[in-house]
Design a binder for this molecule. Structure first.
Ligand SMILES: [Zn+2]
Length: 331
């Protein structure tokens, strides 16, 4: 851009008459920046020497057991989040689709879906109908059969996802409680300004609070030219899984009475079993009344794989550690 000479002249004139003011203002601003910079550097040095000092190492050592426990629970939760992988493990093979059309269509929506396993490209009307009756279209287009096996699989996923959702809040609460209890032993500057670093330096691993692990089924319409598109997402979170289990069971009941003989492993049933067992692990006796942030899970006493069914007398409350060690013994 070319500046007109008149404008340039005016600007030069302003700078000339304001020269002294600009210089006068620059000085205190420079000093202020230097002071802020100096304080920041000093704080870095201070926090570095605190975190590498003996006192902090001792403090870290004193809570070692708690940090280890929190991290173990955190790993357990991350594993629970993978529950869905088993349900959809069928391998349909691999192929490559090439678009050989002569025109440079803008089908950007199609490219977006490559990384997502659960996308169905369909007509606009299917997309709209899926939005009206999500579960019906989910079964139809993603090949989910309304049978006892699928129902059990989804119940197991719901059981694990519900534990993961509860667990991540409990582990965060437990970690925060430990940190709060340390408050008096930690310099208030560090506690107020370096909380995140403090948590990390104490050895706590990051807790992932996002719910991005819930599978999402997508119905997607993209017009031939790629200029118009429409999308319907069905997110299988705890609430939707609960409802989906009811839906599947109603379809099965309609055909035969197998599902009618057993209870449905819904959130409601899980809570009622915990209530019945007084929120206490039936193996080791640890109770949520004594350990505020204890993760309790629901276990099939005789596993489904060994012919056990979902009925109140085949279900029990276990703490996550006992449930985990029971699971590994069975394998
Ligand atoms: Zn236990």
């Amino acid at each position: 851009m070319k500046m007109p000479p008149v404008l340039f002249g005016i600007l030069a004139f302003i700078v000339l008459i304001m020269k002294d003011t600009i210089v006068a203002m620059a000085q205190p601003v420079g000093i202020l920046i230097a002071v802020i910079f100096g304080v920041l550097v000093l704080y870095q040095v201070y926090s570095f020497s605190y975190f590498s000092g003996e006192k902090f190492k001792k403090l870290k050592k004193s809570i070692e057991e708690y940090t280890k426990n929190c991290n173990e629970l955190n790993h357990h939760i991350q594993e629970l989040k993978n529950a869905y992988v088993d349900v959809t493990s069928q391998d349909y093979g691999h192929s490559t689709l090439q678009d050989g059309s002569n025109y440079n269509f803008k089908r950007t929506e199609w490219n977006k879906s490559i990384k997502n396993n659960y996308v169905h490209n369909c007509s606009l009307s299917v997309c709209k109908n899926a939005n009206d009756q999500p579960f019906k279209y989910l079964c139809k287009y993603f090949d989910i059969k309304a049978n006892e096996e699928a129902l059990s699989n989804f119940e197991a996923v719901l059981n694990d996802f519900a534990a993961a959702e509860q667990g991540k809040l409990l582990v965060k609460a437990e970690r925060d409680l430990i940190i709060t209890n340390l408050k008096t032993s930690i310099p208030s500057l560090i506690f107020s300004f370096s909380k995140k670093r403090l948590i990390k330096e104490l050895g706590f691993e990051e807790i992932d609070l996002s719910d991005l692990y819930f599978p999402i089924y997508t119905f997607q319409y993209v017009s031939a030219g790629g200029n118009s598109s429409s999308k319907c997402d069905i997110k299988m979170d705890v609430n939707n899984l609960d409802r989906f289990i009811d839906y599947l069971s109603s379809l099965i009941k309609f055909r035969n009475s197998v599902a009618g003989q057993r209870a449905l492993m819904t959130s409601r049933l899980r809570e009622s079993i915990k209530e019945r067992d007084n929120h206490t692990c039936r193996t080791c006796g640890i109770s949520a009344h004594n350990e505020k942030h204890l993760l309790l899970e629901i276990d099939h006493i005789i596993p489904l794989s060994k012919g056990g069914i979902t009925s109140e007398n085949n279900l029990q409350t276990l703490c996550w550690k006992c449930n985990r060690s029971k699971g590994s013994k069975l394998v």
